[in-house]
Design a protein around this ligand. Sequence first.
Ligand code: SF4
Ligand code: SF4
Length: 467
Amino acid sequence: MEKLQYKESRYNYKIKLDNERLAVYNCKTRAIFIPKENQEDIIIKLLKKPNNIKLEEEKIKDVLIKYGYLIENNRDEILEVSRKFDYGNSLNLVLFPTEECNFRCPYCFIYKYKNVTMKEEVYRSIYNFIENKLKASNRDKNFYVNIHWFGGEPMLEYKNILNFMEKIKKLEEKYSHLKLTSNMTTNGYLLTYDKFEKLVNKGIKKFQITFDGDKESHDKLRNLRNGEGTFDKIYENLLLISKKVEKEFNIDIRVNFLKKNLKSSKVLIEKFEKEFMDDMRFFIYFAPVYEVETKRSSNERIKEEIYGTKEAMKIKHKINNEIYYKRMRYRIEKNNFKKEEIKYIISNLLPMPKNVGCYAYKENSYVISSEGLVYPCESSVGQEENNIGYITEDGEMNITNKKREKEWRQLVVKNKEQLECLDCKELPICHGGCKKKILDKKISCEIDGESVKDAVTKYSKLYFEYL
Ligand code: SF4
Ligand code: SF4
């Protein structure tokens, strides 16, 4: 029988570390390999010429094949990465319980357009839609439903959200194959610890709260209707939640940065690290304010302050890698972890491959406005051209603009205007990025090779220190 021929994966990074050692990382399989010093030359040789090898090199070659650094000659990795993923047994719903907000951020004008709040009949349609999906699904397989509360400010509709979650949770008793998760994006102002605990009890376990830098900068950009700042109240809510709530949950603190508040955002991170470092349920990260025009917000007033997409992406990764690194180090120092556990913890630093750029590409993923209209992405709510349908009261999804839906769902591999993505080494991690930007004819790279190398270097530092 003819021997199988191999080639090197196009997604390998061969990185020279600060201590001159070699790390090989594959961003499709997320495998990382730090060979012994005396094996480095063999590895480099095998990756380059995998087919004419000596007998004693067979074992190493097998490892390289097992973790995807070497692949069979006839495999097309680009097709494998960009293949259509089956979301048939899942449902992702982003719900706008209200389009109103208690804040009056200068760059947001949602309140000037509509003060719509979700009515009883819209909740009923959504409930029926979920149950119809469950009825039609194969009960031998898990069916995953994720409900993301968005808005406007969802906490203004706290009671309705609790009621809805209570009803949906009852479906778990009726349909044992239902696996329900729920999360919320909130400004955090009304998130008192007692309300928070009730939401967690009803199954909302993941929250995202945004700060626009430290107190000084945040209070200039995110105020109440009367102009008052909001930093202190949100921060106090978070401290109380950490102190008083004993349940399992995750709060991601997103720190938005602009040119003007980059320094103050770093100050906030230091403050946060001091006070929340011991509570692993909290996680802080950096994110740029993007230049995305929506029906709800205009970046016109702060346009000069927004970093260009590429620069913002680089800053974001650099600072986030640093945050993750410090946090993991702290965690390892404080606990008596076994080697396997440490290996797992530090692997969180490595960039994560995914199936698509974002949820807007996914079938069975819908954003539902307060009025019950359906959109593919949160940033398109209110835009007539992106309203792809509605849900009837008896829970049928009526897609009225199939052509537009298809455009939103189209994968990067089918997009002739994005051929450069197919050739890109970071494709498994980025997949072409934000679909909204693609439709606006702007390519926005989510990551670059330098950021991947930085993450691997930080991983390796922890590896040498603790393993
Ligand atoms: S298209 Fe862009 S804005 Fe919309 S969900 Fe995806 S990443 Fe977010
Ligand atoms: S958007 Fe940029 S990083 Fe993402 S796949 Fe395309 S070229 Fe690569």
